[in-house]
Ligand binder design. Sequence first.
Ligand code: AMP
Ligand code: ZN
Length: 490
Amino acid sequence: MLIYNSKTHKKEEFIPLEPNRVRMYVCGPTVYDQIHIGNARTFLSFDIIRRYLQYKGFAVVFAQNLTDVDDKIINRANEQGISADELAKTYSCAFIEQMHRFGILDPDIRPRATAEIEHMQVMIQILIDKGHAYVADNGDVYFSVRSDHNYGVVSGRQLDDMRAGERIEVNDAKRDPFDFVLWKAAKPSEPSWDSPWGKGRPGWHTECCAMIHRYLGTPIDIHGGGQDLMFPHHENENAQASCAWDKPLANYWMHAGMLRVDGEKMSKSLGNFYTLKEVLDAYPADAVRLLMLQTHYRAPLDFSFERLNGARGTLQKLIGCVENLRWSAEQSGESGALGKAEQALGNAVDHAQIEFETQMDDDFNAAGALAAIFNLMAHANKYLEEAGAHPCVAPMLRCADMLCELCSVLGITLAAKTSELPAEIIDLAQKVTQQSASSCEEAARLLIMARAEARSNKDWTRADAIRDGIAELGLMVEDTANGTRIKVKN
Ligand code: AMP
Ligand code: ZN
């Protein structure tokens, strides 16, 4: 299995530190607002990576922090006249809620920065003792970047090529403009904690590093985040770990590409964002997943509602295909000898699984894996069309199961939830046929018979009225080679 390691700029064979066990960390959100779909893209990318590693049989231990103390949180809380803690709690809950809606698996460990202060202080003290950090005149503690001879290994940047002030905060307290803050001296009315260097709070880069060390041990196998975190965040995290514990922070550094709108990175500061919540209020989570997964996780992803509508249509086709396969199998009951067409479908099922794994083994190419799924769907549709009234049960069910299984590795559920008919169909059947049905399925059968009868009597008005009544319930009548059925409208 190959993983693209940002640190070496190449795909490398994945060899975890312990056989069959993967320790993985992905930087979590700063909880000051609802997350946007760009953030969600990064979290989705690593959800898929984690799910696939599990599918391959690895026991994955996955940790993700919540940054619940930070300038943005403090400023927003001040604007709203509430405490930083209250604001952070509100948006931590909101984040977890949206992650659940989006089908992202919970991390095994979800540390909050404010609950880990003691461990960050231990690390900072080690860095001071080893001469890699210093207490500045203003009470801040800084990491001395030039004391780390390996600085730049994660992002591939050389100190001499960097310009201070570009992405590096310049201030007078630092000995060198490249130095970064480990501990910020408290300002009045800001949340703060006691420390050997006076009251203050941790720097952002310090959190993840201390949490990784505490919960997973260093080095870990996989460290991930969005590409924008590679420098300086990940570089600085790695510098602290290598200087404090003489070990790199992670063996494989993975970075998700940025989600863009009109060619520009989606971000709060540019104001060109859609929150995950507003998108999930309007679209099924799996459609959003499908859209995102159609682009390789490392490539930039251009978001548009047009593409999202397309993905929703594709999702419906997949659900419809599985539904058709299962329904046709139920109707047909034909278990006869396997002919050429059945063998071809069986081969397509085998091939889809192999192709899916080949693509995912190649640096989690979910776009390629989806192409394998779409290809299988095309085979299934062709089989259904050509098999006519007597399709063979076994290969259809195998194909439906495979489509569901492969999609589930990508966190997409195809189980035909949509075939559930609403209870109102019983009243409709009663009204149309004056017969009472004891289940939705029976009501559907009565309506299908009534419509067929009307059509054979050339009573088009009645046939249309039945169809319209069905449509009003959000359902549709579908005529197939295997008979007629009523299903939820795609
Ligand atoms: P933040 O809360 O800003 O630290 O962001 C949380 C995660 O979202 C980080 O891993 C970022 O790299 C990632 N992220 C931020 N903006 C985008 C974007 N436009 N596309 C993809 N990932 C993003
Ligand atoms: Zn981090």
